[in-house]
Design a protein around this ligand. Structure first.
Ligand code: HPA
Length: 252
């Protein structure tokens, strides 16, 4: 399969729950990319933002039709890479486990624990592919994390530096016991889409960092007996509104 002609892309953004279109993307063109791994979550929208070329892909599809365990992470990253992206920011809705990571907090995590299962976790998962054992001691690209944090500061948006992202299978939220275990393991945040995305990005030698938007306290971490989906989306909308400010500053 021939990748489409690569055009320089300054940054790719993968939007999570609540971010299905990138606001302010000018002169946008939609690119459907064939991949050897099947269809991506949708067309990649490429346009101008803050004077740079930005590619945007809605991880769950623009109508949020793909649950976390059915997202074709390989196709998504392959498509962005094929279009010429080399730096990728994954925006992920998460639950907060650590006290200071309550609803609407924005976190740039620095570690991951993967609790997902049954997902394609590698581009080596195909007959005849070269087997690669990537170093994943630091799962996110340090320079891009630093740039994101500096951009948030310039944009006047508070962002927490570091934290361990626990990736769960979903689509259900976790039990209190599962979150208590994750806390003992050292997780600060919980989300359903951080993996295998980060590992696949590393296999493709993409620079990759995560902008985690806290939608709720994880099960048993806040005062509420139950987590309301309406509240999750209200908090997410507020945190999501800060994303273009941070990305704009990142592209300065
Ligand atoms: N758990 C897992 N994923 C999430 C949560 C949560 O509590 N909130 C938003 N995404």
């Amino acid at each position: 399969m021939t990748p489409p002609t690569a055009s320089p892309i300054d940054l790719a953004v993968i939007g999570g729950s609540g971010l299905y279109k990138f606001p302010g993307l000018g002169n946008a063109v939609r690119r459907a990319v064939d991949t050897p791994y099947g269809p991506a979550s949708g067309e990649v929208v490429v346009g101008d933002f803050a004077g740079r070329r930005v590619a945007f892909l809605a991880r769950h599809g623009e109508g949020h039709t793909l649950p976390p365990h059915r997202v074709n992470y390989r196709a998504n990253l392959w498509a962005l890479h094929a279009l010429g992206a080399r730096r990728v920011v994954g925006v992920n809705a998460v639950g907060g486990i650590r006290d200071d990571m309550g609803p609407r907090a924005i976190v740039v995590p620095d570690q991951i624990i993967d609790y997902t299962h049954g997902r394609y976790t590698s581009f080596c998962d195909v007959d005849g592919a070269e087997v690669k054992h990537i170093d994943f001691s630091e799962p996110y690209t340090a320079a891009l994390r630093r740039d994101l944090l500096a951009a948030a500061a310039r944009a006047g948006v508070a962002a927490i530096d570091g934290g361990c992202y626990g990736a769960t299978q979903g689509p259900r939220l976790e039990t209190r016991a599962e979150i208590a275990r994750m806390k003992r393991d050292g997780c600060d945040l919980v989300g359903m889409t951080g993996m295998p995305e980060a590992a696949l990005a590393r296999e493709l030698e993409l620079e990759y960092a995560c902008l985690a938007l806290v939608a709720n306290y994880a099960a048993g971490c806040g005062d509420e007996a139950e987590i309301s989906i309406e509240e999750i989306f209200a908090h997410l909308a507020a945190a999501t509104a800060e994303v273009p400010k941070i990305i704009g500053a990142l592209l300065e």
